[in-house]
Design a protein around this ligand. Structure first.
Ligand code: AMP
Length: 148
């Protein structure tokens, strides 16, 4: 029988991914699975629009990473409830690529993500993360849409 023992949930901290995340936690609890919560720092996008002449590029990267760590901590402590069998991962790169790579590396049995993420420029420039993950994932993908 197929089961889900190792679930990867991708969060961009949007409302959509919060909604998908709740399903991931429910499934992980039901299947007694380990849950990996992955956030990808989308470097080209997250750095665009910043012009901070008084700090170096390295310092800026460091600050973005620190802020991602804080957001992840806040996200997990506010939404994880009583579920404890989880770990978090923050990487830098192109979201769909990193999600697929992480799923392959950890031999994930399921990927959970939102059908939509943060709206706006990211999506227009880079297309749909969800669609690309569904096309190339090494395992089943649950994409969760926000209720209307
Ligand atoms: P998108 O297709 O970019 O609108 O995003 C769809 C879903 O992909 C989101 O709801 C998240 O679950 C996931 N996702 C998008 N961007 C990221 C990211 N930077 N890090 C982790 N997951 C992401």
């Amino acid at each position: 029988m197929k089961t889900f023992s190792n679930i990867l949930v991708a969060v961009d901290f949007s409302e959509n991914s919060e909604h998908a995340f709740d399903y991931a936690v429910t499934l992980a609890s039901q299947f007694n699975a380990e849950l990996t919560v992955l956030h990808v720092i989308n470097e080209p996008v997250d750095l665009r629009g910043f012009y901070v002449p008084h700090i170096s590029f390295e310092q800026l990267e460091k600050e973005i990473e620190e802020s991602a760590v804080k957001m992840m901590e806040r996200f997990c402590s506010s939404r994880m409830g009583t579920f404890t069998n989880f770990r978090t991962a923050i990487v830098t790169g192109i979201p769909y690529d990193e999600i697929i790579t992480a799923a392959a590396r950890m031999d994930a049995s399921l990927i959970v993500l939102g059908t939509h993420g943060r709206t706006g420029l990211d999506r227009i420039l880079f297309g749909s993360t969800a669609e690309r993950v569904v096309r190339s994932a090494p395992c089943p993908v649950l994409s969760v849409r926000m209720p209307a």
